[in-house]
Design a binder for this molecule. Sequence first.
Ligand code: NAI
Length: 335
Amino acid sequence: MKLVFFDAHEDDAKQLATALPDVEAVTVSETVQDQITQAADAEIISVFVTSEITADMLPKMPQLKLIVARSAGVDHIDMEACAKRGIVVTNVPHYGERTVAEHAFALILALSRKIFQSYERTEKMNFDREGLMGFDLSGKTLGVIGTGNIGRNVITIGLGFGMKVLAFDVSPDKELAKERDFTYAETLEELLAASDVVTLHVPYLESTHHLINKERLEQIKPGALLVNTARGGLIDTEALLWALQEKKLAGAGLDVLEEEHDTYDRIEFLSQDTHQTNDLMTMLRNHVLVARTDVIITPHNAFNSKEAVQRIFDTSVANISSYVAGSPQNVVEAK
Ligand code: NAI
């Protein structure tokens, strides 16, 4: 069986040869969209979120039977098109719930204690504290949207900081709320109006596209912080810029951006001649966000700890082995 392992790191080839001795594994450091010809005869491909798999790419991989996503979210893969072709998609549901939760708090603390502005100053040997006053997290309300694997770890950390936690989820876990001593808001609007820090931990689906839009930002507690380590498409970037400009929000911490791939790879994006005006506008707005001092952006790096990356690799290898053995695990169904 041939496996093409896209978005590969330096030592992946060595690790794969040891972990999957019976599989012919080829590692490719680029994305599948950039190097699709490498997978022309592959039965298995493995991809990170930087690889996007669209319906029109599938005929170029006629032997493909299994896509091993090295991520929890699979919104970079056209799941419906895969289901139609009978291609199995697996993910890594548990690898970094604490890892991503810690990153969300890194963003929260960086904003609440103005770490970035402080660093910029001291780097220039300027030790003036003027304008660097932050605020305590202790006693403030943390609004957690989505109380799945990551959200519940964010709740634990928030409670550890002495924060009051208000949560919202379409399937609330009332037992967890009792056990950990936090409250579920009846509506998203109730959470937004009451929280000093709002953090997003829901998947990106059609139903969650622009979950945070202008209407909802109008209802947010004035001066709140908004943190997004889930997916860029959950927030309407135009509305976010408006809320920051109007000082409805005191700041935003973003590990993910709408259309982040285009923003990361501007040269590639600008070399295509079929742009949607919306995509161009989002890319432009992302540039404005980057330039703002009340916004901290990290490059989809929340998952990227040594321990989490090893867990992703180990589970992906186990997903391949179990598929080859005829009993696939961590299969994601199209929604
Ligand atoms: P999960 O599936 O364990 O939890 C998601 C929760 O969101 C569930 O409890 C679900 O009921 C809830 N939910 C779904 N739709 C909702 C809605 N409209 N309103 C309120 N709640 C809703 O997912 P997990 O593992 O906690 O991950 C969350 C997201 O974080 C992933 O989908 C992924 O996109 C993102 N992620 C980002 C990473 C990064 O490096 N930045 C790394 C890993 C995940």
